[in-house]
Design a protein. Structure first.
Length: 310
């Protein structure tokens, strides 16, 4: 049985009447069991019982999400889009960054409001920046790590996803943060957290590796807002291990890159090409290549034909 504020108020209103009615007095205890006393005429004792009940009443701040996890409700209610909780899909949200028209301030560092931050890795260098790379858009920043290096949470948060993607991120972790951001840590050799676990900025979330689509040990690091990637280099200065700003403003310019990222691109088929090879080269799944070009996996590729890849 759940206790509401309304039931408390009703109890307070009815206290004077309780002592006037013959019969057993009932009290709802913290474990929701019913305890019964003999009829008591002393209203002082009745008032004491009610006051003690209210004083010891604890309203549970946790809620159960669709995965059956019991988490602090702030991780769902802090921002309107946080109501979408999904531990299997990186972007379950419905915001198209290309249509974003607002200006939103995001606190990165605020000692008064206890907004903490950390570098995911320190003493590193960028091996591949955010932007267009080898025929496709790169939605994060690659940072040099060695196998087994510690990878830390960028901000205080809760673990939303721990998963493995064979042809993409490899072993990766997604954290949700109270400031409105979400961060992704890809190509880990091992995840050190579980879904629903809360972490502080700087705490260990995983170990460096080269899992998934990777040609060497590195950390693929992403910052996202409502599923849309933001260039980490507009927030962090990875060359000097410092922040560029204490407050980041999300504006339409933050997602201007999507115009270029979504431009139609083609591949001209050459001798020896297969859908599998083309898929690996551009980072586009075979099923998507088939959908974009109205073909099947069994279609014979004709040399010289243009194949749409994005």
């Amino acid at each position: 049985m759940q206790i509401s504020i309304l039931s408390i108020l009703l109890t307070l209103l009815l206290v004077p009447a309780v002592a006037q009615v013959a019969g057993p007095l009932q009290q709802v205890s913290m474990n929701s069991e019913i305890e019964t006393w003999e009829y008591i005429e002393d209203t002082t004792l009745v008032e004491y019982i009610v006051e003690e009940w209210i004083e010891n009443l604890v309203i549970d701040p946790k809620l159960t999400i669709n995965e059956g996890l019991s988490i602090d409700c702030v991780w769902v209610n802090q921002h309107s889009y946080f109501s979408h909780w999904n531990s299997g899909k990186i972007n379950p949200y419905k915001l198209d960054g290309a249509n974003y028209k607002d200006t939103l301030s995001v606190h990165i560092n605020d000692s008064v409001a206890t907004v903490n931050w950390s570098f995911p890795v320190t003493n590193t260098r960028i091996t591949s920046p955010f932007g267009f790379r080898r025929y496709r858009w790169h939605y994060g920043t690659d940072l040099k790590v060695y196998y087994g290096d510690s990878v830390a949470a960028a901000f205080d948060g809760i673990v939303r996803i721990v998963d493995y993607e064979r042809y993409g991120y490899g072993r990766y972790v997604v954290l949700r943060h109270l400031n409105g951001f979400e961060t992704l840590y890809g190509h880990l050799s091992k995840a050190k957290v579980k879904v629903g676990e809360t972490v502080k900025a700087g705490e260990l979330v995983g170990l460096g590796g080269s899992t998934g689509r990777s040609t060497g040990t590195h950390l693929h690091f992403e910052i996202r807002y409502q599923g849309n990637a933001i260039d980490p280099s507009t927030i962090y200065d990875f060359t000097s291990d410092c922040l560029l700003t204490d407050t980041y403003f999300i504006t339409p310019a933050s997602f201007q890159y999507l115009v270029d990222a979504r431009k139609v691109r083609y591949h001209r088929i050459r001798s020896g090409d297969t859908l599998g090879h083309i898929s690996q080269r551009y980072g586009v799944s075979v099923s998507r290549l088939c959908r974009l070009n109205g073909i099947s996996r069994q279609t014979m590729l004709r040399i010289g034909r243009r194949l749409r890849i994005s």
